[in-house]
Design a protein around this ligand. Structure first.
Ligand SMILES: C[S@@+](CC[C@H](N)C(=O)[O-])C[C@H]1O[C@@H](n2cnc3c(N)ncnc32)[C@H](O)[C@@H]1O
Length: 257
């Protein structure tokens, strides 16, 4: 992709999510579904402050698939208002640590405010891009991400960085949008469709291929399709023929070379 196009996409993504953070509203044309199969449990949502529980812009629940353990260090790519970081923080406990990275200053501000109000000491938010992570190599046990990587014009750079910061044997556990069938050129070039998590989506096979090519092993994907069929789908009706949400897991090899 040309550099100018890539920069224009990032700028548009920042602007859209800055507006949403200021208003604390959903990013999707239909009411955002948060509770149910493939998303958050009622208990998870009830245990969070209302404004945090209601500001979920994701398409899954990566903390439900990550099998987080006490004491682990977790990184959330594109952490938004922080919902998945706060859920992860409960699971890793006081000895664990959760770091959210987001490139939109308004999102980082909101997430920090939420952290302060919740009085959490094991969560922090950093301003940065997932293509150039503000973290040391081999420093993270688990990477989670919820409906973010589709927004990146250069997904190879994202997976390369993810591999760099994970410890050997570390896990990548993400929920994201993939394509079921090709979009028209018109949709692909529509900036609103990029920022709305549609136009940047790739076919599942291509998405998984990029993860494997970055150096990950045990790359697997699970469709969230039971939800897609119901009314309670994170994907609006007219788009359900084109995109779906998936949970993807992979692992950094234990020994490099
Ligand atoms: C659809 S929202 C998802 C937010 C959060 N994960 C959730 O589930 O509520 C996408 C988020 O990713 C952030 N984002 C998009 N591209 C990014 C990038 N290249 N690096 C870091 N953050 C990015 C946006 O600022 C926004 O907060």
């Amino acid at each position: 992709m040309a550099k100018e196009r890539s920069q224009a996409i990032k700028q548009a993504v920042k602007e859209r999510y800055a507006t949403l953070a200021r208003r604390q509203t959903s990013c999707c044309p239909t009411p955002q579904i948060r509770e149910g199969e493939g998303m958050y449990s009622r208990k998870e949502l009830q245990d969070l402050p209302q404004n945090v529980a209601e500001f979920s812009l994701g398409c899954g629940n990566p903390t439900a698939i990550a099998e987080l353990r006490e004491g682990e260090t977790v990184l959330d790519l594109g952490s938004g208002g922080g919902i998945d970081c706060f859920l992860a923080a409960q699971k890793v406990g006081k000895k664990g640590r959760v770091i959210g990275v987001d490139m939109t200053p308004e999102m980082v501000f909101l997430a920090r405010e939420n952290t302060r109000k919740m009085g959490l000491a094991n969560v922090e938010f950093r301003l940065g891009e997932m293509e150039h992570l503000p973290l040391e190599a081999n420093s993270v046990d688990v990477i989670i991400s919820n409906c973010v990587i589709n927004l990146a014009p250069d997904k190879d750079a994202v997976f390369k960085e993810a591999l760099r910061v994970l410890k050997p044997g570390g896990r990548l556990c993400i929920s994201d949008i993939v394509l079921k069938r090709e979009l028209s050129l018109e949709v692909k070039e529509d900036m609103q469709q990029w920022t709305g998590c549609v136009a940047g989506a790739l076919k599942g096979k291509i998405y998984l291929g990029k993860i494997a090519r970055a150096g990950f092993v045990q790359v697997t994907a699970q469709d969230n399709s039971p939800r897609e069929k119901s009314e309670a789908s994170p994907v609006p009706g007219r788009l359900r023929d084109y995109i779906s949400s998936v949970n993807v897991s992979a692992r950094k090899p234990s020994v490099s070379g």
